[in-house]
Design a protein around this ligand. Structure first.
Ligand code: HEC
Ligand code: HEC
Ligand code: HEC
Ligand code: HEC
Ligand code: HEC
Length: 368
């Protein structure tokens, strides 16, 4: 059959479009799988086969430098590296009045600082034990037995599964809980109907995904997180699809619960899932980082009720505080997985040489 030029163009366009839109793995099976735990020449594979007959496993495959050709810098089609073999350059953050250059970490930060054979500082990240990444085992601070029957102390964290964050948390085991997600299609959008169609394989969580996992975060290139404004002390009164509700699955007491407000509006716990007050408050000055214009600060990001196209700005009236406004999900160089060095934040002083940085992104009048 003779294909017309228009037909050919359509096929090429559709192929390119689907490669981007499907966002699932591609390439030769042998790049990622081993059938008999061998290296391809019959010799035993170093490290053995991992779950789903994969080579390297979650940690092996996701260890590397995002600046390399196969890393997140390649955008869709690259591998999001969340662990490195050398200390990665952390960011975005400011130093000496300018953004730190050549940032190598992604939206979740990196496990490098917490990794037992790397930074080995247990306070800087989630101590995930999959593939021997960390060997620490402690209960989740703020865990409530009533909220959380699956996660209990005495059971270490894993990447996915009942003791992890990714995948179906009702299924135990890293690979069983995420099975099929890497080959799944999220065409049609992230609707939470399966692990593949959830934000970053976080089952049921919504959002829109920056195609390079925020390798080059800016106001025009960032994830958009689902958040919902809720009542002050309501117990997880959202549909369980927000980024903060994910954290609340293990840290329920910090997400909601009683004793979060005293009389009036003075808070007893830092609020999450509330809209930034506008009007003449200091929060009305929440905006882009120094050097960018718009309403979205990549140093202290906000969530929105309806996640926007990954490249879109948000409006102040929709901006909601989330757990990851202040924390990184994987890890950072700083205590408590914080996005910035809390110990360096002092009232009346700039941080990193700029205004409205760190806590001051929202508390814009507190740095003087
Ligand atoms: C870029 C890496 C990569 C390539 C290439 C790849 N896979 Fe996979 N595959 C994975 C990962 C990672 C998993 C395990 C996690 C998951 O299921 O999401 C997996 C899981 C699977 C599974 C079990 C889950 C399911 O979907 O049933 C099958 C079967 C599978 N792959 C077959 C294949 C075949 C056949 C090929 C070649 C056409 C292939 N894979 C190519 C990475 C890859
Ligand atoms: C064989 C290599 C390989 C293994 C093993 C592997 N991954 Fe991946 N992973 C990839 C590649 C390649 C991508 C990028 C393609 C994509 O987004 O699906 C990816 C993407 C991801 C993403 C981002 C998905 C998104 O929406 O952007 C998550 C989360 C993830 N992997 C988690 C895991 C977990 C958890 C495991 C272990 C159960 C695992 N991976 C095992 C290669 C691997
Ligand atoms: C599957 C359960 C689980 C989920 C979901 C979860 N955490 Fe955790 N978190 C833990 C456990 C267990 C610990 C204690 C062990 C450790 O430090 O890794 C912990 C520790 C922490 C710490 C203290 C780290 C330290 O070492 O002092 C912070 C901060 C934190 N989590 C924030 C978050 C945020 C933010 C989210 C959502 C993006 C989240 N967690 C989601 C289980 C979870
Ligand atoms: C306004 C910024 C901010 C927000 C929003 C925030 N945290 Fe924190 N979090 C911190 C700081 C700062 C610390 C360090 C301890 C301290 O100073 O209280 C911390 C500490 C923690 C710890 C370690 C336990 C402790 O008290 O030291 C966990 C776990 C944690 N946060 C989870 C969460 C979860 C889950 C959410 C969302 C429901 C959340 N955080 C929202 C700033 C924040
Ligand atoms: C993403 C925006 C955001 C960031 C970042 C943020 N806050 Fe807040 N903070 C708020 C909002 C919104 C309120 C509640 C304001 C209200 O209800 O009037 C609040 C309330 C507070 C309060 C209590 C005020 C009261 O009226 O009871 C304190 C104290 C506070 N924040 C400290 C911090 C510190 C310290 C940090 C950095 C670790 C931080 N905040 C980071 C948005 C933020």
């Amino acid at each position: 059959m003779k294909t017309s030029r228009l037909g050919l163009l359509l096929i090429i366009t559709l192929t390119l479009w689907s490669a981007n839109a499907l966002a699932s793995v591609s390439g030769s099976c042998a790049n990622c799988h081993t059938m008999h735990a061998t290296d391809g020449s019959g010799a035993a594979l170093a490290g053995g086969a991992k779950g789903s007959l994969t080579i390297g496993g979650c940690v092996g495959c996701h260890t590397g430098n995002n600046e390399e050709a196969d890393g997140a810098s390649a955008g869709a089609g690259g591998i999001p590296y969340v662990m490195d073999t050398a200390e990665p350059t952390y960011g975005p953050e400011f130093s000496g009045g300018a953004l730190v250059a050549s940032v190598q970490t992604l939206a979740g930060g990196s496990f490098w600082w917490v990794g037992k054979d790397a930074g080995a500082d247990k306070t800087t990240g989630h101590n995930v034990t999959t593939d021997g990444l960390c060997d620490f085992d402690m209960d989740a601070p703020g865990r409530r037995d009533t909220d959380q029957s699956i996660f209990a102390s005495g059971t270490p964290l894993t990447c996915a599964g009942t003791m992890g964050c990714h995948g179906d948390r009702t299924v135990s085991g890293d690979y069983a809980s995420i099975s099929g997600a890497h080959h799944g299609s999220d065409a049609g959008g992230i609707d939470g109907s399966s692990v593949a169609k959830s934000f970053r394989f976080l089952d049921g969580i919504l959002g829109t995904e920056a195609p390079d996992w925020e390798y080059a975060a800016s106001i025009s290139n960032h994830n958009s997180y689902k958040a919902e404004a809720r009542g002050e002390a309501s117990a997880m009164a959202d549909a369980g699809d927000t980024i903060s509700s994910l954290c609340g699955q293990c840290h329920g007491d910090f997400h909601s619960g009683t004793n979060t407000v005293s009389d009036g509006s003075a808070w007893l716990r830092h609020p999450t899932d509330i809209v930034l007050p506008g009007g003449s408050t200091e929060y009305a000055s929440y905006s882009a980082i120094y050097g960018e214009t718009g309403v979205y600060n990549i140093i202290a990001p906000v969530g929105v009720a309806s996640p926007v196209a990954a490249t879109a700005d948000v409006t102040l009236a929709n901006s909601v505080v989330t757990c990851i406004s202040c924390h990184r999900a994987h890890g950072s160089p700083y205590a408590d997985l914080l996005r910035w060095d809390y110990a360096n934040i002092s009232a009346g002083s700039q941080i990193g040489g700029v205004d409205n940085n760190g806590c001051f992104a929202c508390h814009t009048s507190k740095d003087g």
